[in-house]
Design a protein around this ligand. Structure first.
Ligand code: COA
Length: 315
């Protein structure tokens, strides 16, 4: 497939590190040096489906495709106000889309899992045009009195429209199950028959373990995927890496021995917006005109599961 259009939307509320230090035992200095994050956009009176719908319409407008052209809509999301129907259905109704649609819950690498699914449908001859929306509000999952998690996240939505082409050169998804590294539990109403123990638990994270997994999975997958299609690091124009922590991005860059100019980032302004992260970064770079035709983009993302994924695209 080929990316025909991109779009993204952020919540209007900006929360700076200074704002957080007013109610948390933290500081701008700690957050900036340990994560590279200076501020994040946080959901307040918006609904994540509205952000997702707006991002979808922006991507559609850029793509030149109409709603009727879209054969499949994949929505990446971890949590939203509906348990059912899927967020994909909610967004479809908002924008008037009538094709087959479904959600995937693959946490932060969700954009790359969606890209992999879209390409697989395309290669099977079942679709021509696919809409992907990554809409996530991880700030709704955190315990806002836990300084080790809530400072890391921001919310937002990113979208792409994919059409006919041969620009997706390779995709790879990976799972290394380890639930206890990053998880949250939500409990719905008990039934008269529930005898087991169930409790709501906000987002829990073993930060150092996730950090190590992220660097190791990303570097291994990028090297292997490039190798699988006979490409070298010199062929790569840009690495679009999940914006989880600037130190993770720096470690990946150092391991790959690649220059900083190949790693566009927006983490300082947005924090970690889960699966929306890569899609938003892609849209921002695209709208700034960073990518030139023929550029090779390498994507890499990692997160809860533990899941990770990589993709190589010719722009
Ligand atoms: N402000 C001030 N101090 C903080 C803090 C905050 N926001 N968060 C944690 N600390 C403290 C800890 O309590 C600890 O204090 P102690 O030494 O007195 O016990 C100290 O800082 C060091 O904590 P540690 O967890 O070892 O720090 P770290 O350098 O590993 O950084 C993360 C923590 C979370 C920033 C880092 O592990 C990380 O980014 N991991 C990956 C997380 C991630 O990206 N998750 C999403 C993946 S999609």
């Amino acid at each position: 497939m080929k990316i025909l259009g991109t779009g993204s939307v952020l919540p209007k509320k900006i929360v700076t590190n200074e704002d957080l230090s007013k109610f948390l035992d933290t500081s701008d200095e700690w957050i900036t040096t340990r994560t590279g994050i200076r501020q994040r956009h946080v959901i307040s009176d918006e609904y994540i489906e509205d952000l997702g719908a707006e991002a979808a319409l922006k991507a559609l407008e850029m793509s030149g495709k109409s709603l009727e052209d879209i054969d499949l809509f994949i929505c990446s999301n971890v949590v939203n106000e509906y348990i059912t129907p899927s967020l994909a259905c909610v967004i479809s109704e908002k924008i008037g889309l009538k094709c087959s649609c479904f959600d995937i819950n693959c946490a932060c690498p969700g954009f790359l899992f969606a890209l992999d699914i879209a390409e697989t449908y395309y290669r099977a001859g079942r679709v021509k045009n696919v809409l992907i929306v990554c809409a996530d509000e991880p700030t709704r999952m955190c315990d806002w009195s836990d300084r080790s998690t809530c400072v890391l996240f921001g919310d937002g939505a990113g979208a792409v429209v994919l059409g006919e082409g041969d620009n997706i050169l390779a995709t790879k998804t990976h799972s290394q199950p380890a639930v206890d590294k990053l998880w949250e539990k939500r409990v719905i109403e008990p039934t008269p028959y529930i005898t087991k123990t169930e409790t709501n638990v906000p987002l829990q994270m073993k930060g150092r373990d996730v950090f190590k997994f992220a660097v190791s999975a990303s570097t291994t997958e990028v090297v292997d995927l490039l190798d699988s299609i006979g490409m070298k690091k010199d062929d790569v124009s840009y690495y679009v890496v999940h914006q989880a922590n600037m130190r993770i991005i720096d470690a990946i860059k150092n391991f790959l021995n690649e220059p900083e100019c190949k790693f566009p980032t927006n983490i300082a302004d947005h924090g970690n917006s889960s699966s929306a992260s890569c899609a938003i970064l892609l849209d921002e770079c695209n709208r700034k005109g960073l990518f030139k035709e023929g550029d090779i983009l390498v994507f890499s993302a990692f997160g809860a599961g533990l899941l990770s994924a990589a993709a190589i695209l010719r722009w």
